[in-house]
Design a protein around this ligand. Structure first.
Ligand SMILES: NC(=O)c1ccc[n+]([C@@H]2O[C@H](COP(=O)([O-])OP(=O)(O)OC[C@H]3O[C@@H](n4cnc5c(N)ncnc54)[C@H](O)[C@@H]3O)[C@@H](O)[C@H]2O)c1
Length: 255
């Protein structure tokens, strides 16, 4: 099988790191786009190499147009146009109500979790030019794209907007054989959920809300990303796939 080029953002941590490692185990070329922690990106690169893949680490701030441009140009200089984009870079909700939220907080979240998805998708697509081979974009969204939470207006709005971006892109890019999908995780044990990782009592309390009885792992999300990027998913585009152990089904409890 020929190696594909997979670009993963937020690949120095959590779900992004797990996705990079999983594509590495498939023997792919994996570009590890990281925000600031170069050492963590090198750890991901080592995992990609150990799995039989080829790794490249490149810094990218997904909310910055010039940074995204430079990162994709660096990847293309090594390997040519990318075949798959997994956009995992993101910030968590602020926990601040709208009444109390500063405009700067709102903008920071939207810039990262929504505009970042626009900038990386656009640069991935323009980098492909008129290429006609199969390609895929996978955005890591959240169940909070549709199951909202008080204190999460910034995050819920960004991920909700991401749903419409994914669906619009899916229609626009279908003629170019680029499939575009979103993964909507529930509670996944990554640094974004640091307290649940460190505090067993806290984690177990939250896990009582999950029908399958436990939080998910970054590797379980990565398995889904690998599937969505594969030929087995060739007829799936514009989909938003929930991976949450049933958590979001509990929203109407007591209704
Ligand atoms: N962990 C969960 O429970 C969970 C649930 C639903 C959705 N998600 C989503 O999954 C994605 C990955 O989250 P995670 O759990 O792996 O968290 P994480 O904190 O481990 O990883 C997020 C990564 O994004 C990077 N990042 C932040 N701002 C950036 C920017 N401006 N430019 C580039 N990179 C930036 C961080 O450096 C980090 O590496 C996020 O989009 C998050 O919203 C996570």
């Amino acid at each position: 099988m020929t190696q594909r080029t997979i670009v993963v953002t937020g690949a120095e941590s959590g779900i992004g790191a797990a996705c990079a490692a999983a594509f590495g185990r498939c023997g792919e070329r994996v570009a590890i786009l990281y925000y600031a922690d170069r050492a963590a990106a090198e750890t991901t690169a080592a995992a990609v190499s150990a799995g039989g893949g080829t790794a490249l680490t490149v810094q990218a701030h997904v909310d910055d147009e010039g940074s995204v441009e430079a990162a994709f140009a660096a990847v293309e200089a090594e390997w040519g146009p990318a075949d798959v984009l997994v956009n995992s870079a993101g910030l968590n909700m602020s926990g601040v109500t709208v009444r109390a939220m500063a405009l700067a907080q709102w903008r920071r979240l939207l810039d990262t979790d929504l505009t970042g998805a626009f900038l990386t998708s656009r640069r991935f697509l323009t980098g492909r030019g008129t290429a006609t081979g199969d390609a895929a974009i996978i955005h890591i969204s959240s169940i909070h794209a549709y199951a909202v939470r008080a204190g999460g207006a910034d995050y819920c709005a960004a991920k909700g907007g991401l749903s419409n971006l994914v669906e619009t892109l899916a229609i626009e890019e279908a003629p170019n054989r680029v499939r575009v999908n979103a993964i909507e995780p529930g509670m996944i044990l990554t640094p974004m959920n640091a307290r649940a990782q460190q505090d067993d009592t806290y984690r177990r309390t939250l896990e009582q809300n999950i029908p399958l009885g436990r939080a998910g792992s970054a590797d379980e999300v990565a398995d889904l990303a690998v599937f969505l990027a594969s030929d087995q998913a060739r007829y799936i585009t514009g989909a938003r796939i929930v991976i949450d152990g049933g958590l979001s089904l509990m929203q109407a409890l007591g209704a």
